[in-house]
Design a protein around this ligand. Structure first.
Ligand code: ME8
Length: 506
């Protein structure tokens, strides 16, 4: 049986439309899912939408719709964008689906029965945009410490989750599972936060009605984060022992932005501990994108709309930029200039040129029929070895989710390919019939190196890699086994590749 791999994205709120921040997490998860599939894993890749809570209720009122009408309308925009971006998710969960409500009610009841959820009374400052209560001491100038927006005083009867009880167990878990929270800097932040002391957490609301009712007391709506986090399990069929649930839980990695780290590494694991369920293996928090140096926000009118970028630059250019520009885990800045620069240098120049030069030569010198190589010289072996080592290095770096480094490593092989052409000078070899065998070897090495490169790249740039592999005459499925040198068979038809990425002028 294949090993399993379960990767998730956050489920996005439907009160907002998708922007590059959302696309970023989802593309990263897609790259990982595609890579794991080609490495032979049975992958479950989940994304979805977070449709309950006061924020969505308020947005619906403003839009003159019911919350469900709003959700139905906005969720389509996410789904359409994922389709355009080539996202290969296996499932899309909406928190308004019955399967999800059932999972949330079950885990809530389970913890309630065990006594770790109890009824009490709450009075504190509430930030509606963040759906978070804050003690007065944590407010900054009477505003929310996370988003700096005004907070309001709320008093309500509330169910509480006995989070304080799990403080030590959580610290122990983080201690004994060094990879649970990544990157490391974030892990340290969470350790300090937990050490300061965990308070019991209010997990129900009575001030609005858009959500899942507390089982047995429908005056109360389950807290939207309790509801949302459970999606990672309800999508698999929890509480039923479905084959998916049994095979894929616990998740291998939850990919999230740094803004929601605490929910995923303090709330979620303690809920699971209380319910007696296994914890996810890893939570990885990536950084935030600013736009031309500024925070992206509706009020600044600088929200970068992924559809617009795809129209202008193409899907794979956008995917490439997001994964290459910023080391995963750090903050980054989006600018059109930086994107155009990447397209022109890395895509049009390096990878596009290499493929069109090499396939054109294969057509010119061998009528597009791949010749067989003779014995490899030192130069040939150097390219071969670099390609083989790249595959190994990429595998290690993918486990660290170091997407940008993966692409750098791949690009080293591409540069080596371009240098190899210049050094081997096939156009000179072609002038002498006596050099025919040497020319054949050069062509083979050049094309085989790119075949392997594009097989690996297919996780990042599925459309481009597909085109490249077509022109190299590679029609087989991409598997771990055929990432070895020698996969291209002599006699394969090679066709001249059109420019993979046109240069962007101006
Ligand atoms: O938080 N840069 O949903 P959300 C990078 N529903 N990533 C960004 C970003 C930016 N500027 N802005 C947003 C929620 N993101 C909850 C999640 S999960 C159980 C519930 C990405 O629609 C990033 O992944 O506000 C962040 O975590 C997510 O969008 C927040 O999406």
């Amino acid at each position: 049986m294949k090993p399993t791999f379960y990767v998730t994205t956050p489920i996005y709120y439907v009160n907002d439309v998708p922007h590059i921040g959302h696309a970023y997490t989802t593309v990263a998860a897609d790259v990982l899912a595609r890579y794991k599939r080609l490495m032979g894993f049975d992958v479950y890749f989940l994304t979805g939408s977070d449709e309950h809570g006061q924020k969505v209720e308020k947005a619906a009122i403003t839009a003159g719709e019911t919350p469900l009408e709003l959700a139905d309308r906005v969720v389509k925009r996410y789904q359409a964008l994922w389709e355009r971006l080539g996202i290969s998710h296996n499932d899309f969960i909406r928190t308004t689906q019955e399967r999800h409500k059932k999972g949330v009610s079950e885990i809530f009841s389970n913890i309630l029965e065990k006594g770790d959820i109890y009824l009490g009374e709450y009075e504190d400052w509430y930030c509606t945009p963040c759906e978070t209560f804050w003690p007065e001491t944590q407010l900054i100038e009477n505003r929310c410490p996370d988003c700096n927006r005004p907070v309001e005083k709320l008093k309500e009867e509330s169910y509480f989750f006995r989070m304080s009880k799990y403080q030590q167990a959580l610290l122990d878990h983080i201690e004994t599972h060094p990879d649970f929270i990544q990157p490391k800097s974030k892990r340290n932040e969470i350790i300090s936060f937990v050490k300061e002391g965990l308070r019991d957490l209010s997990v129900s609301r009575t001030t609005f009605s858009w959500g899942i009712p507390v089982p047995g007391n429908d005056k109360h709506i389950i807290y939207v984060w309790f509801d949302a986090l459970t999606n990672y399990m309800s999508a698999l069929g929890y509480p039923d022992a479905t084959p998916e649930y049994q095979r894929f839980w616990p998740a291998n990695v939850h990919l999230i932005g740094k803004d929601i780290l605490r929910f995923h590494t303090v709330y979620w694991p303690t809920f699971l501990m209380a319910a007696g369920l296994p914890l996810p293996e890893k939570v990885f928090a990536h950084g935030w994108w600013t736009v031309e140096g500024q925070k992206m926000s509706k009020s600044l009118q600088n929200v970068v709309e992924p559809n617009m970028l795809i129209d202008k630059y193409g899907v794979d250019a956008v995917r490439y930029f997001l994964m290459r520009e910023v080391p995963f885990g750090l903050d980054g800045d989006f600018s059109h200039t930086a994107l155009v620069q990447r397209i022109n240098s890395d895509l049009a120049n390096d990878i596009g040129n290499l493929l069109s030069r090499s396939t054109a030569m294969a057509v010119k010198y061998f009528d597009g029929v791949l010749p067989s190589p003779a014995e490899l010289t030192e130069t040939d072996s150097a390219l071969k070895n670099k390609t083989i080592e790249m595959v190994e290095t990429v595998n290690k770096l993918m486990d660290e989710l170091a997407f940008s480094k993966v692409l750098q490593t791949i690009w080293e092989v591409i540069s080596a390919g371009n240098k190899y052409i210049d050094e081997s000078a096939p156009w000179t070899l072609a002038k002498e019939p006596a050099n025919r065998e040497r020319l054949a070897t050069v062509m083979y090495c050049l094309l085989e190196s790119q075949r392997i490169t594009h097989c690996v790249l297919s996780a990042f740039l599925p459309t481009t890699a597909g085109k490249a592999l077509d022109s190299l005459g590679w029609i087989k499925e991409i598997t771990r086994e055929n990432l070895q040198w020698g996969g291209l068979s002599t006699g394969t038809t090679v066709t001249k590749s059109e420019a993979l990425f046109p240069r962007i002028e101006g």
